[in-house]
Design a protein around this ligand. Structure first.
Ligand code: SF4
Length: 330
Protein backbone atom coordinates (compact mmCIF):
# COMPACT_ATOMS: atom_id res chain seq x y z
CA UNK A 1 0.00 0.00 0.00
CA UNK A 2 1.51 3.30 -0.95
CA UNK A 3 0.80 6.86 -1.73
CA UNK A 4 2.77 8.48 -4.49
CA UNK A 5 2.75 11.68 -6.47
CA UNK A 6 3.98 10.91 -9.91
CA UNK A 7 4.61 12.79 -13.06
CA UNK A 8 3.22 9.60 -14.42
CA UNK A 9 3.39 8.00 -17.77
CA UNK A 10 0.35 6.01 -18.83
CA UNK A 11 2.09 2.83 -17.73
CA UNK A 12 2.93 4.18 -14.30
CA UNK A 13 -0.63 5.25 -13.74
CA UNK A 14 -2.22 1.99 -14.81
CA UNK A 15 -3.91 -0.84 -13.03
CA UNK A 16 -1.96 -4.00 -13.53
CA UNK A 17 -2.44 -5.14 -17.09
CA UNK A 18 -3.80 -1.68 -18.07
CA UNK A 19 -7.44 -0.97 -17.95
CA UNK A 20 -9.85 -2.16 -20.55
CA UNK A 21 -13.32 -3.68 -20.95
CA UNK A 22 -16.77 -2.33 -20.53
CA UNK A 23 -17.70 -4.29 -17.46
CA UNK A 24 -21.03 -3.42 -15.87
CA UNK A 25 -20.06 -1.39 -12.92
CA UNK A 26 -20.62 0.32 -9.69
CA UNK A 27 -22.24 3.59 -9.06
CA UNK A 28 -20.60 6.64 -7.21
CA UNK A 29 -19.83 10.27 -5.98
CA UNK A 30 -17.61 13.61 -5.60
CA UNK A 31 -14.95 16.20 -3.89
CA UNK A 32 -12.36 17.37 -1.23
CA UNK A 33 -11.79 18.51 2.28
CA UNK A 34 -9.48 21.41 2.89
CA UNK A 35 -6.45 22.19 4.93
CA UNK A 36 -4.57 24.67 2.85
CA UNK A 37 -5.48 27.47 0.52
CA UNK A 38 -4.64 25.99 -2.83
CA UNK A 39 -6.55 25.69 -6.04
CA UNK A 40 -7.24 22.02 -5.51
CA UNK A 41 -9.41 22.93 -2.55
CA UNK A 42 -11.69 25.06 -4.65
CA UNK A 43 -14.72 22.92 -5.48
CA UNK A 44 -14.45 22.01 -9.13
CA UNK A 45 -18.14 21.78 -9.76
CA UNK A 46 -19.99 24.65 -8.17
CA UNK A 47 -23.22 24.34 -6.27
CA UNK A 48 -26.04 25.23 -8.65
CA UNK A 49 -27.19 28.85 -8.57
CA UNK A 50 -30.64 27.96 -7.20
CA UNK A 51 -33.25 30.69 -7.13
CA UNK A 52 -35.16 31.09 -3.83
CA UNK A 53 -37.44 29.97 -2.34
CA UNK A 54 -36.11 26.51 -1.61
CA UNK A 55 -37.75 23.96 0.66
CA UNK A 56 -35.40 23.12 3.54
CA UNK A 57 -35.00 19.46 4.42
CA UNK A 58 -32.79 17.61 6.85
CA UNK A 59 -29.83 16.07 5.03
CA UNK A 60 -30.47 12.47 4.03
CA UNK A 61 -27.17 11.43 2.48
CA UNK A 62 -23.52 12.35 2.32
CA UNK A 63 -21.25 13.04 -0.63
CA UNK A 64 -17.50 13.66 -0.51
CA UNK A 65 -18.02 17.35 -1.29
CA UNK A 66 -20.50 17.89 1.48
CA UNK A 67 -18.46 15.82 3.94
CA UNK A 68 -15.55 18.08 3.03
CA UNK A 69 -17.72 21.14 3.61
CA UNK A 70 -18.65 20.00 7.11
CA UNK A 71 -15.05 19.24 7.99
CA UNK A 72 -13.99 22.63 6.69
CA UNK A 73 -16.80 24.59 8.38
CA UNK A 74 -20.11 23.27 9.79
CA UNK A 75 -21.84 26.58 9.09
CA UNK A 76 -20.78 26.39 5.44
CA UNK A 77 -22.36 22.93 5.28
CA UNK A 78 -25.60 24.35 6.70
CA UNK A 79 -25.67 27.20 4.17
CA UNK A 80 -25.14 24.82 1.29
CA UNK A 81 -27.18 21.78 2.30
CA UNK A 82 -30.00 23.09 4.49
CA UNK A 83 -30.46 26.75 3.52
CA UNK A 84 -29.34 26.05 -0.05
CA UNK A 85 -28.10 29.61 -0.37
CA UNK A 86 -27.20 30.51 -3.93
CA UNK A 87 -23.52 30.75 -4.84
CA UNK A 88 -21.91 32.63 -7.66
CA UNK A 89 -20.25 30.52 -10.32
CA UNK A 90 -16.47 30.76 -10.27
CA UNK A 91 -14.12 30.70 -13.24
CA UNK A 92 -12.13 27.80 -11.79
CA UNK A 93 -15.19 25.67 -10.99
CA UNK A 94 -16.82 26.36 -14.35
CA UNK A 95 -13.62 25.57 -16.22
CA UNK A 96 -13.43 22.34 -14.24
CA UNK A 97 -16.95 21.41 -15.35
CA UNK A 98 -16.07 22.19 -18.97
CA UNK A 99 -12.85 20.18 -18.95
CA UNK A 100 -14.56 17.22 -17.28
CA UNK A 101 -17.24 17.24 -19.99
CA UNK A 102 -14.61 17.26 -22.74
CA UNK A 103 -12.66 14.37 -21.23
CA UNK A 104 -15.85 12.39 -20.79
CA UNK A 105 -17.09 12.97 -24.35
CA UNK A 106 -13.74 12.19 -25.93
CA UNK A 107 -14.29 8.52 -25.15
CA UNK A 108 -17.29 8.54 -27.51
CA UNK A 109 -14.74 8.51 -30.33
CA UNK A 110 -12.95 5.35 -31.51
CA UNK A 111 -9.73 4.78 -29.57
CA UNK A 112 -7.41 5.83 -32.41
CA UNK A 113 -9.22 9.17 -32.76
CA UNK A 114 -8.80 10.22 -29.15
CA UNK A 115 -6.16 12.79 -29.86
CA UNK A 116 -5.39 16.15 -28.28
CA UNK A 117 -6.60 18.13 -31.33
CA UNK A 118 -9.85 16.20 -31.29
CA UNK A 119 -10.29 16.80 -27.56
CA UNK A 120 -9.66 20.52 -27.98
CA UNK A 121 -12.15 20.64 -30.85
CA UNK A 122 -14.85 19.48 -28.42
CA UNK A 123 -14.47 22.54 -26.21
CA UNK A 124 -16.71 24.99 -28.13
CA UNK A 125 -19.68 22.58 -28.28
CA UNK A 126 -19.29 21.59 -24.63
CA UNK A 127 -19.09 25.26 -23.66
CA UNK A 128 -22.34 25.88 -25.56
CA UNK A 129 -23.99 23.00 -23.74
CA UNK A 130 -22.80 24.26 -20.39
CA UNK A 131 -24.16 27.75 -21.08
CA UNK A 132 -27.50 26.25 -22.08
CA UNK A 133 -27.80 24.07 -19.00
CA UNK A 134 -26.44 26.71 -16.60
CA UNK A 135 -27.04 30.17 -18.07
CA UNK A 136 -25.72 31.73 -14.86
CA UNK A 137 -22.15 30.88 -15.91
CA UNK A 138 -22.34 33.81 -18.33
CA UNK A 139 -22.30 36.10 -15.28
CA UNK A 140 -18.59 35.33 -15.20
CA UNK A 141 -18.07 37.24 -18.41
CA UNK A 142 -20.74 39.92 -18.08
CA UNK A 143 -18.06 42.62 -17.82
CA UNK A 144 -16.11 41.28 -20.78
CA UNK A 145 -17.91 42.70 -23.84
CA UNK A 146 -14.92 42.18 -26.15
CA UNK A 147 -14.62 38.55 -25.09
CA UNK A 148 -10.92 38.86 -24.24
CA UNK A 149 -11.20 37.29 -20.81
CA UNK A 150 -13.45 34.55 -22.15
CA UNK A 151 -10.86 33.80 -24.85
CA UNK A 152 -8.10 33.53 -22.22
CA UNK A 153 -10.32 31.34 -20.07
CA UNK A 154 -11.04 29.01 -22.99
CA UNK A 155 -7.31 28.88 -23.82
CA UNK A 156 -6.61 27.79 -20.29
CA UNK A 157 -9.23 25.03 -20.67
CA UNK A 158 -7.41 23.95 -23.85
CA UNK A 159 -4.11 23.89 -22.03
CA UNK A 160 -5.56 21.67 -19.30
CA UNK A 161 -7.07 19.29 -21.84
CA UNK A 162 -3.77 19.13 -23.70
CA UNK A 163 -1.86 18.37 -20.52
CA UNK A 164 -4.03 15.35 -19.87
CA UNK A 165 -2.38 13.68 -22.84
CA UNK A 166 0.99 13.87 -21.08
CA UNK A 167 -0.49 12.00 -18.10
CA UNK A 168 -2.75 9.37 -19.64
CA UNK A 169 -3.15 7.82 -23.08
CA UNK A 170 -6.85 7.63 -23.93
CA UNK A 171 -6.13 5.52 -27.02
CA UNK A 172 -5.18 2.74 -24.59
CA UNK A 173 -8.13 3.17 -22.25
CA UNK A 174 -11.66 1.84 -22.56
CA UNK A 175 -13.47 3.10 -19.46
CA UNK A 176 -16.11 0.85 -17.99
CA UNK A 177 -17.93 3.93 -16.74
CA UNK A 178 -17.76 7.69 -17.06
CA UNK A 179 -19.41 10.24 -14.77
CA UNK A 180 -20.88 7.37 -12.84
CA UNK A 181 -23.46 8.18 -10.19
CA UNK A 182 -23.12 5.83 -7.24
CA UNK A 183 -25.09 5.44 -4.08
CA UNK A 184 -24.79 2.93 -1.25
CA UNK A 185 -26.61 2.54 2.02
CA UNK A 186 -24.43 1.45 4.92
CA UNK A 187 -25.63 -0.95 7.62
CA UNK A 188 -26.01 2.07 9.91
CA UNK A 189 -28.57 3.55 7.53
CA UNK A 190 -26.26 6.30 6.27
CA UNK A 191 -26.49 6.75 2.50
CA UNK A 192 -23.31 7.69 0.65
CA UNK A 193 -23.47 9.03 -2.87
CA UNK A 194 -21.43 10.80 -5.45
CA UNK A 195 -20.19 10.86 -9.04
CA UNK A 196 -17.01 9.08 -10.17
CA UNK A 197 -15.28 10.65 -13.16
CA UNK A 198 -14.06 7.36 -14.61
CA UNK A 199 -14.00 3.69 -13.71
CA UNK A 200 -11.55 1.40 -15.50
CA UNK A 201 -11.82 -2.35 -15.18
CA UNK A 202 -8.88 -4.51 -16.21
CA UNK A 203 -9.40 -7.90 -17.91
CA UNK A 204 -8.44 -9.41 -14.57
CA UNK A 205 -11.40 -7.65 -12.95
CA UNK A 206 -9.28 -5.13 -11.06
CA UNK A 207 -11.03 -1.80 -10.68
CA UNK A 208 -9.39 1.59 -10.92
CA UNK A 209 -11.23 4.73 -9.87
CA UNK A 210 -10.04 7.90 -11.59
CA UNK A 211 -10.82 11.51 -10.77
CA UNK A 212 -9.67 14.54 -12.77
CA UNK A 213 -8.65 17.74 -11.00
CA UNK A 214 -8.09 20.95 -12.89
CA UNK A 215 -6.12 22.40 -9.98
CA UNK A 216 -2.63 21.56 -8.80
CA UNK A 217 -1.56 18.51 -6.84
CA UNK A 218 -1.38 19.06 -3.08
CA UNK A 219 1.91 19.08 -1.25
CA UNK A 220 2.65 15.62 0.20
CA UNK A 221 1.54 16.67 3.70
CA UNK A 222 -1.94 17.37 2.30
CA UNK A 223 -2.22 14.26 0.13
CA UNK A 224 -4.35 12.49 2.74
CA UNK A 225 -7.03 15.15 2.45
CA UNK A 226 -7.07 14.79 -1.32
CA UNK A 227 -7.35 11.02 -1.04
CA UNK A 228 -10.32 11.22 1.30
CA UNK A 229 -12.67 11.70 -1.64
CA UNK A 230 -11.19 8.71 -3.44
CA UNK A 231 -11.43 6.46 -0.38
CA UNK A 232 -15.04 7.58 -0.02
CA UNK A 233 -15.70 6.37 -3.58
CA UNK A 234 -13.78 3.17 -2.93
CA UNK A 235 -15.94 2.51 0.12
CA UNK A 236 -19.12 2.99 -1.93
CA UNK A 237 -17.87 0.68 -4.68
CA UNK A 238 -16.83 -1.89 -2.09
CA UNK A 239 -20.27 -1.78 -0.45
CA UNK A 240 -22.05 -1.99 -3.81
CA UNK A 241 -19.93 -4.58 -5.55
CA UNK A 242 -18.06 -6.30 -2.73
CA UNK A 243 -14.87 -5.48 -4.61
CA UNK A 244 -12.12 -3.32 -3.15
CA UNK A 245 -10.82 -1.11 -5.97
CA UNK A 246 -7.23 -1.97 -6.82
CA UNK A 247 -6.18 1.61 -7.38
CA UNK A 248 -7.38 5.16 -6.73
CA UNK A 249 -5.98 7.72 -9.11
CA UNK A 250 -6.16 11.51 -9.02
CA UNK A 251 -5.07 13.22 -12.23
CA UNK A 252 -4.03 16.83 -11.63
CA UNK A 253 -4.23 18.70 -14.89
CA UNK A 254 -3.15 21.98 -13.30
CA UNK A 255 0.29 20.74 -12.34
CA UNK A 256 0.69 17.60 -14.45
CA UNK A 257 0.80 15.16 -11.56
CA UNK A 258 -0.87 11.84 -10.88
CA UNK A 259 -1.52 10.81 -7.30
CA UNK A 260 -2.25 7.14 -6.77
CA UNK A 261 -3.17 5.01 -3.81
CA UNK A 262 -3.85 1.30 -3.56
CA UNK A 263 -6.42 0.87 -0.79
CA UNK A 264 -6.89 -2.07 1.53
CA UNK A 265 -10.01 -3.11 3.40
CA UNK A 266 -8.65 -1.55 6.59
CA UNK A 267 -8.47 1.85 4.86
CA UNK A 268 -12.09 1.61 3.81
CA UNK A 269 -13.22 0.49 7.25
CA UNK A 270 -11.45 3.51 8.74
CA UNK A 271 -13.13 5.83 6.25
CA UNK A 272 -16.49 4.29 7.10
CA UNK A 273 -15.93 4.89 10.82
CA UNK A 274 -14.90 8.46 10.10
CA UNK A 275 -17.98 9.07 7.98
CA UNK A 276 -20.28 7.62 10.63
CA UNK A 277 -18.77 9.94 13.24
CA UNK A 278 -19.15 12.84 10.82
CA UNK A 279 -22.76 11.92 10.16
CA UNK A 280 -23.46 11.78 13.91
CA UNK A 281 -22.08 15.33 14.22
CA UNK A 282 -24.14 16.49 11.22
CA UNK A 283 -27.29 14.89 12.65
CA UNK A 284 -26.72 16.54 16.03
CA UNK A 285 -26.24 19.94 14.41
CA UNK A 286 -29.30 19.41 12.20
CA UNK A 287 -31.49 18.63 15.19
CA UNK A 288 -30.16 21.36 17.48
CA UNK A 289 -29.58 24.05 14.88
CA UNK A 290 -26.07 24.55 16.30
CA UNK A 291 -23.87 25.07 13.26
CA UNK A 292 -20.57 26.57 14.30
CA UNK A 293 -18.54 28.68 11.91
CA UNK A 294 -14.94 27.54 11.61
CA UNK A 295 -12.95 30.37 10.09
CA UNK A 296 -9.87 29.47 8.09
CA UNK A 297 -8.00 30.91 5.15
CA UNK A 298 -10.59 29.15 2.97
CA UNK A 299 -13.15 31.79 4.06
CA UNK A 300 -11.66 33.86 1.26
CA UNK A 301 -13.47 31.54 -1.18
CA UNK A 302 -16.74 31.45 0.77
CA UNK A 303 -19.76 33.15 -0.82
CA UNK A 304 -21.52 33.51 2.51
CA UNK A 305 -19.46 36.00 4.48
CA UNK A 306 -22.40 38.46 4.46
CA UNK A 307 -24.46 36.04 6.59
CA UNK A 308 -21.58 34.60 8.62
CA UNK A 309 -21.14 35.76 12.26
CA UNK A 310 -17.36 35.59 11.81
CA UNK A 311 -17.71 38.46 9.35
CA UNK A 312 -20.38 40.43 11.23
CA UNK A 313 -23.32 38.82 9.44
CA UNK A 314 -26.43 37.06 10.71
CA UNK A 315 -27.48 33.68 9.29
CA UNK A 316 -31.02 33.36 7.99
CA UNK A 317 -33.64 31.98 10.41
CA UNK A 318 -33.03 28.25 10.84
CA UNK A 319 -35.64 26.56 8.68
CA UNK A 320 -35.86 23.20 10.49
CA UNK A 321 -37.43 22.26 13.84
CA UNK A 322 -34.88 22.12 16.68
CA UNK A 323 -34.44 20.37 20.02
CA UNK A 324 -32.28 21.51 22.92
CA UNK A 325 -28.59 20.51 22.58
CA UNK A 326 -27.77 17.36 24.56
CA UNK A 327 -31.42 16.34 25.03
CA UNK A 328 -31.02 13.17 22.95
CA UNK A 329 -32.21 12.22 19.52
CA UNK A 330 -35.46 13.89 18.60
S1 SF4 B 1 -17.03 32.67 5.87
FE1 SF4 B 1 -15.74 31.05 6.73
S2 SF4 B 1 -16.56 30.69 8.79
FE2 SF4 B 1 -18.12 31.80 7.64
S3 SF4 B 1 -19.45 30.23 6.77
FE3 SF4 B 1 -17.92 30.72 5.22
S4 SF4 B 1 -16.31 29.22 5.57
FE4 SF4 B 1 -17.55 29.24 7.43
Amino acid sequence: METSTEGASPEEGAVAGEAVAGVPAPATGESVPGGTVTEQNVPERSVPHVPAPVVARAPASLSPSRAGDFMQCPLLYRFRVIDKLPEKPSEAATRGTLVHAVLERLFDAPAADRTAPRAKSLIPAQWDRLRESKPEVMELFADDPEGERLARWLSEAERLVERWFTLEDPTRLEPAERELFVEARLDSGLTLRGIIDRVDVAPTGEVRIVDYKTGKAPRPEYAEGALFQMKFYALVVWRLKRVVPRRLQLVYLGSGDVLTYDPEIGDLERVERKLLALWDAISEATETGEWRPRPTKLCGWCDHQAVCPEFGGTPPAYPLPVRAPGSGAG
